[in-house]
Ligand binder design. Structure first.
Ligand SMILES: [Cu+2]
Length: 386
C-alpha cells in the first residue's frame, strides 16, 4: 500500500510536465548598437548574464517558456543606476512585476529575483520601469514568448504551425542615445529610428534570421509585439491569408483576417500565415507618428527569398516551356554535367545527367509549384503548372 501511494505521488508530480526554469538576466549601460545609417550608438540593455564576459543587446534576448513553467528570473544589475524588469502583460502578482513603486527597484551591483508561473501562451514584453521613457529608448526591452504545452500549437486546442518567428517593433530618438544625461523634455521626443528586432532598412532586409519562409502548404506562426512610441502597421501579401488568433496573451473570441494589422504601443498579436500560393512580395511594416498619424517610415521583412532568383535564359542554357506542364526541354552548350532541381525548402527533388546538348526533363512526378534548377553552379527559377 505504501509503495502504491509512493508511485501515485511520483506519477502525479510528473504528469503536469511543468518545469522549474532559472533565467539569469543582467543589465548594463555600456552597450553599443549599430544602426543602418552607419552610426553606432550607446545603449542600455539586457543580456544573458554569465560570470565572465556578457553583453547587453537591443532588443534584449527573447525569453521563451512553456505554459505551466515555474520561472525564477534572476536579475543582476551590473550598472551604476537603478533598473527593474517589468513583465508587461504577464499574469504575475503586483509585487513581482517590476514597477518600482508597487514592486521593487534594483540598485547598482544588486541582484534580485522575480518569480512567476508562465500561465498563458502568447507574446509578452519586458522592459525597465525606472524613468521608463528614457530607459526604453536607450534599449532596455525584450520579448517573452510562452509556448502552449501541446507541441506546435499556437495554444492548446488551437491551430497548428510548422514554423514560427518573433518580431519586436521598437524605435529610438538617436539624439537621446547620443546624449542620455540631458535628454530634454519628452514631449519633444522625436523618433527617428524604426526597428524590427533591432534592425531597420537594409540591415533588416538582408538579415537571414529575419527572412520569413512561408510557402503554400506551410502554416507559419508570427508573434509580433510593439514596444515603440509609434503605432506600427503590418501589411501582409494577400497570398499569405494572414489571420489573427490571439492578442495580448489571450485567445480572441473570434479570429479575424488581417492583411493589414495595426499594433499600438504595448500590444502583441499572434498571427497565422497559411499561404495558398507562393509569393516573394515582402511584408511591409509602416510606422506612424503618434501625434499627427503621419507615416514616418517603412521597413520590409523579406519573404521567401528563394523565389527571388531571376528567371535566366541566355545562350549557354535555355529551358522551356516555363511554366511547364511536366515536360521541359533543357538545352546547354556545356553538356555532360549533373543537373539538379530543389524545392524551395532546399530539398533535392530531381536529378539528371545532361548527356547531350538537349534533353527532356520529366517532372510529372513533382507537385505544382516553384523550384530551383541548378546547373554548372547557376540557379534558375522554374515553375510547374500541370
Ligand atoms: Cu532601467
Amino acid at each position: 500500500m505504501r509503495v502504491l501511494f509512493f508511485i501515485l505521488i511520483l506519477s502525479l508530480s510528473f504528469k503536469g510536465s511543468s518545469q522549474h526554469v532559472d533565467v539569469w538576466l543582467g543589465a548594463k549601460m555600456d552597450g553599443v548598437h549599430y544602426l543602418d545609417n552607419g552610426n553606432n550608438v550607446q545603449i542600455w540593455g539586457y543580456g544573458y548574464y554569465s560570470p565572465g564576459l556578457w553583453v547587453a543587446s537591443l532588443p534584449g534576448p527573447t525569453l521563451e517558456f512553456t505554459q505551466g513553467d515555474s520561472v525564477n528570473l534572476f536579475f543582476i544589475n551590473s550598472s551604476p543606476e537603478h533598473h527593474t524588469i517589468h513583465l508587461h502583460g504577464l499574469d504575475v502578482s503586483t509585487d513581482e512585476d517590476g514597477v518600482p513603486t508597487t514592486s521593487f527597484s534594483v540598485g547598482p551591483g544588486d541582484t534580485a529575483e522575480y518569480n512567476f508561473v508562465a500561465a498563458n501562451p502568447g507574446g509578452y514584453l519586458y522592459h525597465c520601469h525606472v524613468l521608463t521613457t528614457l530607459h526604453l529608448t536607450m534599449g532596455m526591452y525584450g520579448m517573452i514568448v510562452i509556448k502552449a504545452t501541446e507541441t506546435n500549437k499556437m495554444y492548446n486546442g488551437g491551430p497548428s504551425y510548422t514554423s514560427t518567428y518573433t518580431f519586436l517593433n521598437s524605435d529610438m530618438d538617436e539624439s537621446i542615445n547620443t546624449n542620455p544625461l540631458s535628454p530634454g523634455p519628452f514631449n519633444e521626443f522625436k523618433t527617428d529610428y524604426f526597428m524590427v528586432n533591432g534592425l531597420s532598412g537594409n540591415q533588416l532586409y538582408n538579415s537571414v534570421p529575419n527572412h520569413v519562409s512561408a510557402y503554400s502548404g506551410d502554416s507559419v506562426l508570427l508573434r509580433i509585439g510593439n514596444i515603440a512610441y509609434t503605432k506600427v502597421e503590418y501589411i501582409f501579401p494577400e497570398e499569405l491569408n494572414a489571420k489573427a488568433y490571439m492578442s495580448d496573451g489571450r485567445v480572441l473570441p473570434m479570429s479575424f483576417d488581417c492583411d493589414t494589422l495595426v499594433i499600438y504601443p504595448g500590444e502583441r498579436y499572434s498571427i497565422l500565415l497559411v499561404p495558398t500560393a507562393d509569393t516573394d512580395e515582402d511584408i511591409k511594416v509602416n510606422s506612424y507618428e503618434m501625434r499627427n498619424d503621419q507615416l514616418e517610415s517603412t521597413n520590409l521583412i523579406r519573404l521567401n527569398p528563394n523565389l527571388g532568383i531571376p528567371t535566366k535564359s541566355n545562350q549557354i542554357v535555355s529551358y522551356y516551356p516555363n511554366p511547364s506542364n511536366g515536360l521541359m526541354y533543357f538545352i546547354s552548350e556545356n553538356p555532360n554535367e549533373k543537373l539538379e532541381i530543389f524545392d524551395l525548402k532546399g530539398a533535392m527533388v530531381y536529378q539528371e545527367y545532361v548527356n547531350g546538348n538537349s534533353i527532356i526533363l520529366d517532372l510529372t512526378a513533382l507537385q505544382n509549384g516553384t523550384y530551383v534548377l541548378r546547373y554548372l553552379d547557376e540557379s534558375y527559377k522554374i515553375i510547374l503548372q500541370k
